[in-house]
Write a protein that binds this ligand. Structure first.
Ligand code: ADP
Ligand code: 5GP
Length: 177
């Protein structure tokens, strides 16, 4: 299952909530070249790689998909997703819209793609700033990129409006179970 949204849409929060409730759901830990933020944990939130290591991973075909997002590389290790699929386990991927499109193209019906939509622009910006993890420059870049990402929301199998977390979580459960 692929979850995508604009930055600050609520993916990470919803993923944490659904995994706490359904511990059997696996989470695909991505590789990235971005610097760790407070709260990030190597191997838990991301595998943090140098640009050189990431590019060598691309050459060796180690990623199910990869993309450049906000000037950094992000990619999904193919081996973990394959292991989960062979074991019949559902796996959640937190991807940008480019990654979601690549996974849909590769896995077809095996992949359910969901776009998490903030209820409105004002609330979206408020949540993005309220998270307190990004500089103003990075927030402005994320808003600009987010507006481009919003244009792709209709390519997803489902759209969930994240008005309240309770509502968004129950929609997510309806889709998955
Ligand atoms: P993403 O992973 O998509 O970038 P986050 O899960 O980090 O987004 O959410 C961004 C911020 O918005 C976080 O501070 C989170 O606590 C808050 N948030 C998410 N969903 C809601 C909601 N439905 N109501 C209020 N705040 C929310
Ligand atoms: P952040 O830096 O805020 O953790 O993530 C930035 C963006 O990168 C988010 O939209 C997130 O969904 C996306 N992302 C995280 N991991 C991957 C990945 O493996 N592949 C792709 N394509 N996007 C990812």
């Amino acid at each position: 299952m692929v979850l995508s949204s604009v930055a600050g849409g609520g993916k990470s929060t919803l993923i944490q909530m659904i995994r706490a409730k359904h511990p059997d759901l696996a989470f695909s830990v991505s590789c990235t070249t971005r610097a760790p933020r407070p709260g990030d944990k190597e191997g838990v939130t991301y595998f943090f790689l140098s640009k050189e290591k990431f590019e060598s991973g691309i050459d060796k075909g180690e990623f199910l998909e990869w993309a450049k997002v906000h000037d950094n590389y992000y990619g999904t290790p193919v081996i973990f997703v394959n292991q989960c699929m062979s074991a019949g386990k559902s796996v959640i991927m937190d991807l940008d819209v480019q990654g979601a499109a690549q996974v849909k193209q590769k896995l077809g019906k095996e992949a359910i793609t969901i776009f998490i939509l903030p209820p409105n622009e004002e609330e979206w910006e408020k949540r993005l700033r309220g998270r307190g993890t990004d500089s103003e420059e990075s927030i402005l870049k994320r808003i600009k990129n987010g507006k481009e990402e919003l244009a792709h929301k209709d390519e997803f199998d489902h759209i969930i409006v994240n008005d309240t977390l309770e509502h968004a979580l129950s929609r997510l459960e309806e889709i998955l179970f």
